[in-house]
Design a binder for this molecule. Sequence first.
Ligand code: COA
Length: 205
Amino acid sequence: MPITVRPAQEHEVEAIAALVNHFAARNLMLPRSEAAIRHTLADWLVAVDEAQRDRVVGCGSLVPLTETLVEIRSLAIHEEYQGQGIGAQLVNRLIALAREREYEQICALTLQEKFFLRLGFQLVDRWSISPKVWQACIYCPKFHRCDEVAVLMDLVQPRAPAKEPPQRLPAWNNLLKWGEWQPLRLAYQQKSGESREQEQEVRRG
Ligand SMILES: CC(C)(COP(=O)(O)OP(=O)(O)OC[C@H]1O[C@@H](n2cnc3c(N)ncnc32)[C@H](O)[C@@H]1OP(=O)(O)O)[C@@H](O)C(=O)NCCC(=O)NCCS
């Protein structure tokens, strides 16, 4: 079966909604309306079966959570097509899209943690990611008995701690030492110097 993964097209909205809502009815993901899919169409990829006149057999979307974090949502492969590497292809293309869009991390909330771990994600504490991850959860029928786990992948190399260059003090720093710099002390030295001179003048006089 020649399968192609590509950006979703307007005429595929209905098929995408049917696929997502099929799994949503089994409590495997949140439902998505056709209107919501159409509104975010640029964030959706589909897997189509070319031998079946581009039938939509898989889909997945990116949902921005913060400026740097994006979530994979509504990842679904039609049952007849599961176990053939199409889910992995879709996730890898969604990761590539997230990189193109310059996100730093990509995450998913899932019951299929092993599937995501095989693809290089790491299991993380669900509360450690942005609280925005859970924004949609209030609409979920499983809100109070959630069994999903959070998985996360870094898309950029963690920044190496900046090496402090050896501090070179400016030349003027050698001219005045701290003890000498204190204005009160300078004033006192000046004052006592003056009064010593006056004293000597009186003696001489
Ligand atoms: C989970 C799902 C997306 C996986 O898609 P898929 O096309 O069947 O998976 P793939 O064939 O690409 O599998 C890729 C690898 O993950 C493994 N894998 C797939 N599903 C797995 C699972 N549930 N548990 C453990 N490993 C799994 C495969 O064995 C394969 O491993 P390999 O590379 O060593 O051969 C698909 O089964 C699905 O749509 N399920 C129902 C909806 C759902 O739960 N979506 C996830 C919401 S986040």
